[in-house]
Design a protein around this ligand. Sequence first.
Ligand code: GAP
Length: 457
Amino acid sequence: MVETASSGPSAGTPAVEVAADPDGERLDAVVNLCKRRGFVFQSAEIYGGFRSTYDYGPVGVLMLRNVKEAWWRSVVQMRPDVVGIDAAILSPPAVWEASGHLESFTDPLVECRVCGHRYREDQLEDPERCPNCGATGSFSEPRQFNLMFRTHAGPVVETGAEVYLRPETAQGMFVNFANVQRACRLRPPFGIAQIGKSFRNEITPGNFIFRTREFEQMELEFFVPPDEASRWYEYWCAERLGWYVDLGIPPHLLRLREHGPDERSHYSNATSDVEFRYPWGWGELEGVANRTDYDLRRHAEHSGQTLEYSDPASGERYVPHVIEPAAGATRALMAFLLAAYDSEEVRGETRTVLRLHHRLAPYQVAVLPLSRKEHLVARAREILGRLTPHWMVDFDVTQSIGRRYRRQDELGTPYCVTVDFETLQDEAVTVRDRDSMAQDRLAIADLVGYLHERLAR
Ligand code: GAP
């Protein structure tokens, strides 16, 4: 599969790039649903769209927060051996000089001499033929193109004021290694985790939010004694694969794939990708790398600081090795949506439903008063007030109840609470389950407990 090349803003081009693929209907359906229901919008759409850049709408932002929260919970909250940080996005060239990114964070770029389209050479299906104009033998010699965005800090545009937008969050953990280790008195094995935006001037962004120039990462740098590195590498490969399964991606859509030596990044001596079966084929969802002591050694050399662990009891000193599970929050959101998307026939009509894990769904509950009658809506709002301290709850009074159920199905809301005229007499509501569509009638007084049982974290 080849993604269409693009560079920068381009009014008049298709807003969303989706390559032809064997299961394109699913991708198209998810992209359309994302716009229709407010998950993801093309950035600057009213100006023709800023290619490969996306904005997360009212429900997309909820789901993205849930993806990040589920990661943080699993990697930081549930582990006594991991702490978090939130480092700066702008950083001086010294960091990227030391990390090797100034020299090695490049992709091979070729340009078609006939139509001017640019491609990543390693992503061309046929290295002789331009996928845009069909010309053969028209490609220029490949040149290495650095993917980092560069800008200037301060009012004067000069070499000394150059700064970079980080292309990975990882370096924030390495440059803060000594600060964090001392502040929290940590002893390897321990990890430093971070969630945040990263930026890459990708030559061929595309396939919706799969590869964009601005995206969010969730990265863990796990510092271990050198002789434990292989064991922890295996451990994190299994752990990270399991995380996606626990959050509802069927195992047959996931696999671990070990990189060959020529595929690995400049810092890695072993890497496995957690791959997802996208509509266009298997592709990276997350990378787990053994970064050895590469980063800490390089930063120690370049900064002149000591970046090692010294055991107070034994006096032993060593530079820890690093195992790095590096995930994309926005890419994970896309995989969760693709895996959850389903449509089925119900009483002669097509029902579209996102079978999202309740922890990831934008709303866990929706409260739906059966009619717009003032006293019914007031009662429903009172019930809403009981639920909002516990969950994200949608409230919808528009359209027929059937349409409102369908809308909540498309948002992936696990439970709908319907408030009807009987509620005013019997103090009971109807709860509808998204997946089975089964309905339970229960007392309002029992509602929070009922939902807590089913929406247990
Ligand atoms: N620190 C290591 C690192 O950044 P990576 O494999 O380049 O490794 C990690 O990136 C993850 O970040 C990828 O598996 C993917 O989920 C996400 N990612 C990388 N580039 C991306 C892009 N251009 N758009 C969206 N997500 C991206």
